[in-house]
Ligand binder design. Structure first.
Ligand code: ATP
Length: 519
């Protein structure tokens, strides 16, 4: 949790900051609204802003809205100033915290923000049962192995277990073992001493030490090289790690959660994964059902993302039509919740007005296309894999047993995309179901001749794809990562396409501020 304090808080900055830090928050401070906006525009960002009620909160919140930065703002002022509190709430502040700061109140606000941004939306009995199991397992210190197809919510579940554990106020640190090359992963996990290898210009602590007293998530563990598996096993057994280049072991107290979207037992059998490590990590196992196995979750999750992205994009309320809902319910979600999330994000941007109909639902999967059709031959990675597709409750993580009618308060971080949003990994989901096209979906798909779609007829797929990519990029103010997420393609594919368009003399939006170094 990153907290940004703006202003002097009537002289109580230090007290408020200390309380927040004690609860695990990383606290930064700026004096002015301009300073806060600059900080939020930068990659460092924040998950919550506490602002002095004497500052111009209305201007601040308006600026956030106009720049599409979505972040909860809490106003703080001397308790007796009721008029200022009312003004702040009217301006859009979520809460008013009276000063001097009260430890319990600050803790409650931080907890609420953390839960809201990682809430697990579900109502299907299969998922509720999984959550119950996770909640039972959470308070112990035992290692947990979370399995499930790509995009089913494994990281979300790991965060849920951490929040429900005795370590909830300590750090939660995640490492994606598949995303980091083997030689860097060792230093990432265990740290290194200055001079340990070329480029090690200073001592760096690894994730084990960063997560000390808290929880370390080893995401996509099956991708770890056997040599590192041995070092990890030692760290678990001895409860100590060796920084690279050091002969002094360091004691660590870390609860481990591992995830894998591969069948780890099979990896053990084929000799790719150490059996002893597998049993160390798999004390408890939590298997997350795929979205296909919990169809009752689809409408709820779809509505959740509809609200989230409509709000994040500063658009009014939107609702799904019956046809659109039917299309979602009958689609074969290979990319699971992540695919559904991207689909709803696109739908928010493509729909006009309050209603979201089937014409706004662009599915990246080939599953709806008849075998051998032109559509089926378009790669699933393409944003126009289904360009001619036609009309087709939330249980906050803290209370998994009691589905609530009220929508969750969604708190995406600055830039309006969740931190857990990784590059699309749908292609890695493995050999999961090639379910036959359902009759309902096929029927819904067959009727696609809305005005928007008719306008596409006569254009080539490449043309439509280019326009969609460039429009989306413009919408994302040039941010490649966000655009790739919305389009449902990898950042690499996006960059290749943009290079091609640039070479063809097209006007390609410049990278967003935070991406200039890498784009
Ligand atoms: N039940 C849910 N409610 C709300 N959002 C969800 C739910 N499940 C997953 N998500 C969202 O879907 C996206 C993918 O979730 P997450 O990263 O936890 O999946 P994963 O299984 O760890 O993915 P991968 O296998 O690719 O690592 C995230 O944006 C997450 O917030």
């Amino acid at each position: 949790m990153r907290l940004l304090i703006v202003g002097t808080l009537e002289g109580y900055i230090t007290a408020a900051g200390k309380i927040a830090m004690k609860r695990g928050a990383k606290v930064s401070h700026t004096d002015s609204i301009e300073g806060a906006l600059n900080a939020l525009r930068a990659a460092a960002g924040a998950d919550l802003v506490m602002i002095d009620v004497k500052l111009d909160i209305a201007t601040f919140i308006d600026s956030l809205k106009s720049e599409r930065i979505t972040i909860p703002v809490v106003a703080c002022g001397i308790g007796t100033d009721a008029a200022a509190a009312v003004r702040a709430i009217r301006a859009g502040a979520k809460e008013y915290l009276p000063l001097p700061p009260n430890a319990e109140l600050i803790a409650a606000v931080l907890e609420a923000v953390a839960e809201e941004s990682h809430s697990i939306v579900c109502s299907d009995p299969a998922m509720l049962a999984t959550l119950r199991l996770a909640e039972q397992v959470a308070p112990s210190d035992a290692s947990v192995m979370i399995t499930g197809e790509s995009g089913t919510g494994k990281e979300l579940m790991a965060r849920f277990i951490h929040r429900k554990s005795r370590r909830a106020n300590e750090p939660f640190v995640a490492v994606n073992c598949a995303a980091i090359p083997e030689n860097l992963l060792e230093s990432e996990l265990f740290g290194h001493e200055k001079g340990a290898f070329t480029g090690a210009v200073a001592r760096r602590l690894g994730k084990f030490e960063e997560a000390n007293n808290g929880t370390l998530l080893l995401d996509e563990l099956s991708e770890m090289h056997p040599r590192l598996q041995a070092k990890l096993l030692r760290a678990i057994q001895e409860k100590e790690i060796d920084r690279i280049g050091s002969s002094q072991p360091v004691k660590v107290n870390v609860r481990l959660i591992a995830t894998s979207n591969r069948n780890l037992e099979a990896e053990v059998r084929s000799g790719n994964f150490r059996e002893d490590l597998y049993f160390r990590l798999n004390v408890f196992s939590v298997a997350i059902p795929s979205l296909r196995e919990r169809p009752a979750d689809i409408p709820m999750i779809a509505e959740h993302f509809l609200r989230k992205y409509a709000e994040a994009n500063g658009l009014g309320e939107k609702r799904l039509t019956e046809d659109a809902l039917l299309m979602l319910k009958t689609h074969h979600w290979r990319g699971n919740v992540r695919e559904l999330e991207n689909t709803m994000h696109r739908a928010v941007l493509l729909s006009r007005g309050e209603e979201v109909g089937p014409e706004a639902i662009m599915l990246t999967s080939k599953m709806l296309a008849p075998e051998g059709s032109a559509q089926a031959s378009i790669p699933a990675d393409s944003p126009v894999a289904n360009p001619f597709a036609g009309p087709g409750g939330t249980v906050p993580a803290a209370q998994p047993h009691a589905p609530q009618p009220a929508p969750p308060l969604v708190v995406p971080p600055p830039g309006a995309l969740p931190t857990s949003y990784g590059p699309p990994k749908g292609g890695k989901s493995g050999p999961y179901g090639m379910a036959a096209n359902s009759g309902a979906a096929a029927a819904a798909n067959a009727g696609g001749t809305g005005a928007g779609l008719a306008a596409l007829i006569g254009r080539t797929v490449a043309d439509v794809e280019r326009d969609l990519i460039l429009e989306t990029l413009t919408h994302c103010l040039g941010n490649r990562t966000h655009a790739a997420n919305i389009l449902g393609i990898s950042i690499r594919t996006l960059r290749n396409k943009l290079k091609q368009y640039g070479d063809e003399g097209r006007n390609v939006p410049a990278p967003g501020n935070d991406e200039r170094a890498t784009a």
